[in-house]
Ligand binder design. Structure first.
Ligand SMILES: [Zn+2]
Length: 105
């Protein structure tokens, strides 16, 4: 397939263009505020937000922690987000890992 951004030919199952770094492929399906099953630290809230807003997950965690300690709202917000944010469907989790492992047909 081809990158929508730079037009170069890339791997069919690539998630990120190797030339310009633009997200391709599963990015549209993943544009939902969910808690990913892979790579989460606690409940996946920060990771889900980072993916949704296309931010660095470390940055999201740092900002969230600062908010939590400065205002106390962060802790409550995290619990609320934990409850309201749906878990990533298994279908999407499988799609996201196709780059690392061979999936069975
Ligand atoms: Zn590209």
């Amino acid at each position: 397939m081809y990158c929508n951004y730079c037009g170069k030919s890339i791997q069919d199952d690539a998630n990120v263009c190797a030339y310009c770094g633009t997200r391709v492929g599963g990015s549209i399906a993943r544009k939902r505020l969910v808690r990913p099953r892979e790579g989460r630290k606690v409940a996946g809230v920060c990771l889900g937000m980072a993916e949704y807003f296309d931010l660095d997950v470390t940055l999201v965690r740092v900002v969230w922690l600062i908010m939590a300690f400065m205002t106390g709202v962060g802790f409550l917000g995290y619990v609320i987000a934990w409850i309201v944010m749906p878990e990533e469907p298994y279908m999407l989790a499988a799609q996201a890992t196709t780059g690392q492992q061979v999936t069975n047909p």
